[in-house]
Design a protein around this ligand. Sequence first.
Ligand code: SAM
Length: 169
Amino acid sequence: MGTEHLYSKGLNDECYTPRYAIWPLLDFIPEGAIVWCPFDTKKSKFVQEISLYNEVIYSHCSVKGQNFYHYEPDKWDILISNPPFSGKREIFERALSFDKPFALLMTVTWLNDSGPAQLFKGKDLQLLMFDKRIHYENRNTNNGSPTFSSAYFCWSFLPKQIIIKELRR
Ligand SMILES: C[S@@+](CC[C@H](N)C(=O)[O-])C[C@H]1O[C@@H](n2cnc3c(N)ncnc32)[C@H](O)[C@@H]1O
């Protein structure tokens, strides 16, 4: 058996992150750092909120030549976004390959999978977790409430391995 079974082939999730889920990140972005948001357009709340304090470069697969798997801007310091959950293994593989800090929003249930343990073996996975669930925009929800908790899965980004913050919705 090859490695195909390790990669999820589901449909991309077109769900958008609300501003309040981005605010807890802002404390950890160093002054002067250039932030790359690779799953984002100018409408993204990541782009709008982070660019109040830092230079932001954004890219999105809807723009020719900006597929995350092949594209990288010339100059950037930190990668931050909410990627499509369905491509998570390949996305984290590529994020780790850059050897630069990142924070990517992901379902906490992913920890139950073999993916994070394999990808982060020998590397310090950091988690920015929340006391409440994030209500994404345009997502199928269960009575208005998402069925999973989310956290930022980070590398070389937080000052310690696990931080839990309050979400102010
Ligand atoms: C979960 S949505 C999040 C959008 C935005 N980052 C936010 O948080 O509001 C992921 C986005 O990534 C885009 N996307 C999917 N595959 C991509 C790829 N290979 N390269 C760049 N963008 C991609 C999808 O079209 C979708 O708009």
